[in-house]
Write a protein that binds this ligand. Structure first.
Ligand SMILES: Cc1cc2nc3c(=O)[nH]c(=O)nc-3n(C[C@H](O)[C@H](O)[C@H](O)COP(=O)(O)OP(=O)(O)OC[C@H]3O[C@@H](n4cnc5c(N)ncnc54)[C@H](O)[C@@H]3O)c2cc1C
Length: 284
């Protein structure tokens, strides 16, 4: 996800706790080494006598905060959608891939909280305050650098990435086969969109796991999500419910996804998807 958007969402929640907000960059250590960042956070929090520590609920944010919790013995609430300061701090957080909201109390002088991505409208908040950058020199232990990123493989192959795409065209079992994804690829290409899919599709080997949207896949928040031949199981919706608009193309008017769809076309995707592509071509 867009790190700056994740940072703004985290700042939005942290501000509710009042007092000055200090920020430590997660990319302070390159290549990324979660234990080293956790060590820095622990030192800075002690130094500033921080009343709470927040991070974005991204893979890296949760990784660092889990390590910080293990180091300090402080309770950690991951993927929060709300938090109220106090003693104890009360949080609401996603559980079961976002299909359940849990209320919890954190009894701690310094609770550790990550903010679920795409749940705060950071844009609606006041502009970020001017920041005063102070260098902080941390003495790191060799063991803090044992776990670190050693390589990156670009799975998007230069295309727009699923997590950051403004439009995602996704296919489910209804697409029928690996080859059937040609029409999904075509529409995505015309829209400058990323291709996504359901777990049935990755389990069948039609698409790689990196394309999977859902509880055990990527969580996305595009402006438009086009779901073709996807029933809308809870575990799938956990990954796309933050989409601003959902267009469902499904032969079954009663499919659960229709309950979440802003627009729906009931019919055979093998006719509808190429027809949309043809119209897009005509209009260019
Ligand atoms: C622990 C756990 C984690 C999971 N994580 C995920 C996850 O991350 N992501 C995920 O997607 N799933 C996940 N699942 C699986 C999930 O429960 C569903 O099984 C899955 O999402 C269904 O995929 P589908 O919608 O493609 O298939 P189906 O449910 O079989 O739906 C296919 C749809 O295609 C429609 N259709 C068929 N033919 C056509 C046609 N020609 N034209 C138009 N429409 C057509 C049908 O009407 C139907 O609605 C998880 C399950 C578990 C238990």
């Amino acid at each position: 996800m867009d790190q700056s958007k994740a940072s703004m969402e985290t700042l939005t929640l942290a501000r509710r706790f009042g007092g000055p907000v200090h920020s430590v960059r997660i990319d302070a250590i390159e290549p990324f080494a979660p234990d080293a960042v956790a060590a820095i956070l622990a030192l800075v929090a002690d130094n500033l006598n921080a009343s709470a520590v927040f991070a974005a609920g991204t893979d890296r944010g949760n990784d660092v905060m889990a390590r910080l919790a293990a180091r300090t013995g402080q309770p950690f609430a991951a993927n929060c959608v709300d938090a109220e300061p106090g003693s104890p701090v009360s949080v609401t957080r996603f559980r079961w891939g976002g299909s359940l909201l849990e209320s919890a109390l954190l009894h701690s002088p310094r609770p550790l909280i990550t903010v679920a991505p795409n749940t705060f409208s950071a844009e609606a908040e006041p502009a970020p305050i001017e920041v005063d950058v102070k260098p902080f020199v941390a003495q790191l232990d060799e063991t803090d650098l044992v776990v670190r990123v050693s390589d990156h493989i670009d799975t998007a192959g230069g295309r727009v990435s699923l997590a950051e795409a403004k439009v995602v065209v996704s296919g489910g079992r209804g697409v029928g086969s690996k080859e059937g994804f040609a029409i999904i690829e075509e529409l995505a290409g015309l829209l400058g969109a990323a291709v996504g899919c359901s777990r049935v599709v990755t389990s069948a080997g039609w698409r790689p796991h990196t394309d999977q949207v859902g509880q055990t896949g990527t969580k996305i928040a595009p402006d438009l999500y086009i779901a073709c031949g996807i029933s809308g199981a809870t575990q799938h919706m956990a990954g796309c419910k933050a989409a601003k608009r959902i267009l469902a193309i499904n032969s079954d008017a009663e499919a659960p996804i229709m309950l979440n769809a802003d627009y729906a076309v009931v019919g055979d995707l093998r006719e509808i998807v190429p027809a949309i592509s043809a119209e897009l071509r005509k209009s260019r």
